[in-house]
Design a protein around this ligand. Structure first.
Ligand code: NAD
Length: 493
């Protein structure tokens, strides 16, 4: 059983291909294309322009022109109006966007339709409101004389936005919405694995009426289009979401031109069950934290700390819960978990399973492909009873692999949870709020959820401690990273 593909999605798959160069859809300068796959079947969904250095050069020239011209002159009210209009268009096209995202990423349609796409619309709406509210301040200076001293918040300039494949449109909106709200221009380089919804968004931006050059979408490979953006002296800032390894490389390269850089990177997030946690709520929460979106979540709760006294209960019920997860085609309404993004990624995830076994972790369920779910890249939800030092409990796997880590001493659990180079997110389940909050304050993580997981809202800042990143997205904190502060002094004597 499969939901029919919305007509608009079908029509889009027939016409998609060109890149979006500041208002015009055209072929890559080299004329080359690359295939985009449906990971549930391994079939080609579309062939898309392979953007490279020349396309980036042209997009930068257009973006700089727009900054100095039509977009630069746009009032905050007009920018807000355009962003509101875009959010309305996203809602009007939500079924189509969700179907394209589900097909290209492999996530269940219902998740794309109820989580990804409504959040995308919310992001544009939220930052539309900020366009008219983000300004400077008058400063109480003491320098001898009489002065009017104030700050202005000016757009940082041309932003290169580089995004991953797990939440393609949502993460693009985390960058586009605040950047446009404050008056930047943006060149978006979506992941080569999932460029479809970014190109659909380009069409919606055209319809909304953004001036030419304000936004370009250049699909292509990281080492080509991505690296060209990072190296370009005409790009003022890189906003990157992806792996730690690539993020570190970008930071080094960006030093050449001293670009502003924000990085949203990987994680190995702990979920801590306290003794008094409500078992039913916890089970649901722990399964969701580790297996939502096939476990392909930067903040996946992939280390589950369970009190030894409750271990048997949780192991038994977690395994039953994992085995009940229905895997299948993303457009099948019964599907609760789709395929992994690619064959290469599936092999990487299975490599971690192998490593876990070699290092002595106990495999409780899963750990193998699931050909019964379809011809694509399906891996069964996997649970290990593991130890802190084992590779599966230390490294980001970015797939449906959960390490259960027993603990006895509640005073020790924060130290163990923090003993990782990552610091993106954490979860705590328990009823004694004083304990839960003390623990939340002790955890080195950008976000801590108590009695919930993966709660996201455009108003709540998002970002990592330690090697999980630099800077924050969402909330007013995101705006800081897209503006320069200018001090202006006027001598009144
Ligand atoms: P990735 O680092 O391989 O790729 C991310 C993007 O960078 C892609 O668009 C890719 O083409 C581009 N890229 C690759 N090499 C490049 C280079 N040399 N120069 C410029 N650009 C380059 O990551 P991925 O596999 O797409 O995504 C998975 C990773 O993303 C995981 O580590 C995950 O934790 C992280 N992630 C983090 C967040 C967050 O908010 N912190 C959110 C989602 C994903």
């Amino acid at each position: 059983m499969r939901l029919p593909l919305p007509e608009k999605a079908e029509a889009f798959l027939k016409r998609v291909g060109p890149l979006y160069l500041g208002g015009t859809f055209r072929k890559a300068a080299t004329g080359e294309v690359f295939p985009v796959l449906n990971p549930a079947t391994g079939e080609v969904l579309a062939r898309v322009a392979r953007g490279g250095k020349e396309d980036v050069d042209q997009a930068v020239a257009l973006a700089r022109k727009a900054l100095e011209g039509s977009w630069g002159r746009t009032s905050p009210d007009e920018r807000g109006r355009l962003l509101f209009r875009l959010s309305e268009l996203i809602e009007a096209h939500a079924d189509t966007l969700a179907a394209l995202e589900a097909l290209n990423v492999g996530k269940p349609y219902a998740e794309a339709r109820t989580a990804d796409i409504p959040l995308v619309a919310q992001h544009f709406r939220y930052f539309a409101g900020w366009a008219t509210k983000w300004g400077g301040e008058v400063l109480p200076v003491s320098f001898p004389g009489e002065y009017l001293a104030y700050t202005r918040r000016e757009p940082v300039g041309v932003v290169g936005a580089i995004t991953p494949w797990n939440f393609p449109l949502l993460i693009a909106s985390w960058k586009l919405a605040p950047a446009l709200a404050v008056g930047c221009t943006v060149i978006l380089k979506p992941s080569e694995l999932t460029p479809l919804t970014a190109l659909y968004l380009a069409e919606l931006m055209e319809e909304a009426g953004f001036p030419k050059g304000t936004v370009s979408v250049i699909p292509g490979y990281g080492e080509e289009a991505g690296a060209a953006l990072v190296a370009h002296p005409g790009v003022d800032k890189i906003s990157f979401t992806g792996s730690v390894e690539v993020g570190k490389g970008i930071l080094k390269q960006a030093a050449e031109t001293l670009k502003r850089v924000t990085l949203e990177l990987g994680g190995k997030s702990p979920v801590i069950l306290l003794e008094d946690a409500d078992p039913k709520r916890v089970l649901k929460g722990a399964l969701f934290a580790s297996f939502f979106n096939q476990g392909e979540v930067c903040a996946a709760g992939s280390r589950l700390f369970v009190p030894k006294s409750k271990l048997d209960y949780f192991l038994e019920n977690l395994v039953t819960g994992a085995q009940a997860i229905q895997q299948g085609h993303p457009l099948d309404p019964r599907t609760q978990m789709g395929p992994l993004i690619s064959r290469e990624h599936m092999e990487r995830v299975l490599g971690y399973v192998q490593r876990g076994l070699e290092e002595g972790a106990t495999l409780l369920t899963g750990g193998e492909p699931n050909p019964g779910a379809g011809p694509g890249f399906f891996v069964k939800p996997t649970i290990f009873l593991a130890e802190d030092g084992q590779t599966i409990a230390r490294e980001e796997i970015f797939g449906p692999v959960l390490s259960v880590l027993p603990y006895e001493d509640p005073e020790e659990v924060a130290r163990r949870a923090n003993a990782t180079p990552y610091g993106l997110a954490a979860g705590i389940f328990g009823q004694d709020m004083r304990r839960a909050i003390r623990l939340a304050h002790a955890l080195k993580a950008g976000t801590v959820w108590i009695n919930g997981y993966l709660l996201l809202d455009a108003a709540s800042p998002w970002g990592g401690y330690k090697e999980s990143g630099i800077g924050r997205e969402m909330g007013r904190y995101a705006l800081e990273h897209y503006t320069e502060v200018k001090s202006v002094w006027l001598n009144l004597t």
